[in-house]
Design a protein around this ligand. Structure first.
Ligand SMILES: Nc1ncnc2c1ncn2[C@@H]1O[C@H](COP(=O)(O)OP(=O)(O)OP(=O)(O)O)[C@@H](O)[C@H]1O
Length: 624
């Protein structure tokens, strides 16, 4: 069979598959009615997407973005969570790299001798050609894994990663051997840019910011500015930068910025990194990139505090966020002292209803994750009081994982990988899992501690209902926090109420179906009273567990006081009853007792800060 005929047959088979993929009811909201090859991607790459990744048709955002990125223009992509942004930028980069003639290659170890000093660099030298910047380790690994799959048939294009917490010398060795597409977290990248001589980026053609808003929110703004300057990719260049660039780029640079939510810092990053960008997934009013670059804010500055930006912020705070249409969003109103019981009861009821269920619960601090993880790993079933055999059963019968920034990198990696492959499991996490992470088949997101900014809400719930799949989300709010719903409404996000009492009513108390008076309050519900009492005895019985609870309580209150801007009037620590907060960590102590230790700590912190301030002043006085 001649080549052309075979290709035509393959194309019609591909089109049939696309039609089949599109025949699912929700598919038309997610997938485009075209094939990857019709977007202009190399046939081998299309095969990879189909055979290795199982992708029959591009998503809508991929269909929009791929041709534009292939054209070489700078692009800003704003699309809902879980719509396939990663492949939207990786596929065009790979398409271009595989075309290089002679092939881009990784010659043996010559990289360390810095060939660029001896002769002009050609594309065949081993240099980083594409750079993907991501905010977290997990995202770094995730993008790297996708790259590995996509590059299976392009063995001469080498993917690599560098990230904080990894061994620097091993990274240097990897850089020296040559990496064509490098995935990096900003801090570690900057470190290598400054200190690793064998890191040659003279051929750098793509700089991609994935989850740009999180990169900036994590405080990497200054690092990003420095990276852009070192790479000669800042738009309003100073004379010294121009000199730097003339030393660097002989190749046309293409920068891409991707984010599910936009804010002023992302706007500023777009302004300084993108040249006449094409906006994808944005209407004109959402982002105004002025051609004049005057009055640019520093990415590292705290934009919220700058008065002149208030108008812009008012505009952006009224922008609507794009959320998956198939996401069912609810809130649950729980008095503070019954929060823990409510969480455990809801989890129990969800896991008992369906055998295959994956849930992520978000907490505000690492200590809170640790406490709840320890509690749920050991807390026995309530029927304990009846039979010895049942005593061994756990309250929640599901696999349990935790993820936060204070864990060892190895443990974080194991959790990340294991939770991905489990069919039924519960992950307790801080916001480290809120952005970009793609855990297949997560059915429900519970925001036990409120998210703060509405963008955070959007990213957290975005871990479910990905790519047209069904998903539920549940936001815990205390009665004093109900105004937060209006905050979300401003962004077009509206939630319905979760029937909490029904869940409590569904549990048998001492093996009997409850005969509870209707309309009883949450706090006075017999199931709540009983479970709260058992939890408190369980936690106080073990000093180590009690310490975890106290630490979690203190860090939780600190996090609560850290809400910024308008949110301060919703999440007011003054409105909280610290005794009830203590109950939500299963602590029996009177508020004054637990509160005292917190007050002692915060007084000590204040004293330390004052002393530091004094000694700084003294130093300053000495200097002057
Ligand atoms: N064309 C496609 N067909 C089928 N599945 C796809 C396709 N493109 C991407 N996916 C899958 O969709 C899921 C979401 O993709 P991805 O993580 O890139 O989304 P995202 O838009 O970057 O989300 P977030 O904003 O949360 O980071 C992944 O599991 C990915 O493998």
């Amino acid at each position: 069979m001649d080549k052309r005929k075979r290709r035509t047959e393959e194309t019609s088979m591909e089109e049939n598959k696309v039609k089949k993929a599109m025949s699912k009811p929700e598919a038309s909201q997610v997938f485009a009615s075209c094939s990857f090859s019709s977007l202009g991607l190399h046939p081998n790459l299309c095969d990879q997407l189909r055979d290795r990744m199982g992708f029959e048709a591009p998503t809508l955002i991929q269909a929009q973005a791929i041709p534009v990125i292939l054209s070489g223009k700078h692009v800003l992509v704003n699309a809902a969570t879980g719509t396939g942004k990663t492949v939207a930028y990786l596929a065009p980069v790979i398409h271009h790299l595989q075309k290089y003639d002679p092939r881009i290659q990784r010659s043996d170890g010559t990289f360390g001798t810095l060939p660029c000093v001896l002769r002009p660099i050609t594309i065949t030298d081993i240099c980083v050609v594409a750079l993907v910047l991501v905010p977290t380790h997990e995202l770094c690994m995730q993008v790297y894994e996708i790259l590995q799959k996509l590059l299976h048939r392009f063995h001469w294009i080498v993917p690599g990663y560098i990230m904080g917490g990894e061994n620097r010398s091993k990274e240097k060795a990897r850089l020296r051997k040559g990496i064509s597409i490098l995935v990096a977290t900003p801090g570690r990248l900057l470190d290598h840019l400054k200190n690793t001589a064998s890191f040659v980026y003279s051929n750098l053609r793509w700089i991609i910011f994935d989850e740009a808003d999180m990169i900036l929110e994590l405080g990497f703004g200054k690092d990003i500015e420095e990276i852009l300057e070192l790479l000669g990719s800042r738009q309003n260049k100073s004379v010294s930068e121009e000199k730097q660039i003339s030393k660097i780029a002989e190749f046309q640079r293409q920068n891409l910025l991707l984010s599910a939510t936009l804010n002023d810092k992302v706007n500023n990053l777009a302004k300084i990194s993108l040249e006449n960008p094409i906006m994808i997934g944005l209407d004109d009013k959402t982002l105004q990139i002025s051609p004049s670059l005057e009055g640019l804010k520093s990415l590292g500055s705290d934009v919220e505090n700058e008065v002149e930006d208030s108008e812009k912020i008012a505009r952006s705070s009224n922008d609507e966020y794009k959320l998956p249409v198939q996401l069912f969003q609810r809130y649950v109103k729980v008095p503070c002292g019954s929060r823990l019981v409510a969480l455990l009861s809801i989890l129990k009821s969800l896991f008992e209803r369906e055998s295959s269920y994956k849930i992520v619960v978000f907490f505000s601090t690492c200590n809170a994750v640790d406490f709840h993880y320890s509690l749920l790993s050991e807390f026995p079933s309530l029927s304990k009081m009846q039979s010895e055999a049942e005593a061994l059963q756990l309250f929640l019968k599901c696999k349990l994982f935790r993820l936060h920034g204070n864990m060892k990198h190895e443990d974080r990696r194991t959790t990340f990988q294991s939770f991905k492959t489990e069919k039924s499991a519960l992950l307790l996490s801080t916001d480290v899992a809120a952005r970009g992470l793609d855990f297949p088949k997560v059915r429900c997101i519970i925001q036990y501690d409120s998210p703060g900014e509405a963008t955070e809400y959007v990213h957290r719930v975005g871990r479910t209902a990905r790519l047209g799949e069904r998903g539920d989300s549940l936001l815990f709010l205390q009665p004093v926090e109900m105004d937060y719903l209006q905050e979300l409404e401003k962004h077009g996000v509206s939630l319905t109420e979760y029937p909490l009492l029904k869940v409590f009513d569904s549990f048998p108390l001492y093996s009997q179906k409850q005969n509870v008076k209707k309309f009883v309050s949450v706090e006075m519900h017999p199931w709540v009273l009983n479970l709260q009492k058992t939890l408190e005895s369980f936690v106080t019985a073990e000093p180590q567990r009690k310490k975890l609870a106290k630490d979690a309580f203190c860090s939780w209150v600190r996090a609560y006081t850290a809400h910024r801007g308008e949110l301060k009037s919703i999440f007011m620590v003054k409105k909280l009853h610290l005794g009830h907060v203590a109950r939500s960590f299963a602590l029996k102590e009177q508020p004054s007792l637990v509160g005292q230790s917190f007050q002692i700590q915060s007084k000590k912190r204040k004293r330390d800060q004052n002393q530091k301030g004094l000694s700084k002043k003294r130093k300053g006085a000495k200097k002057s």
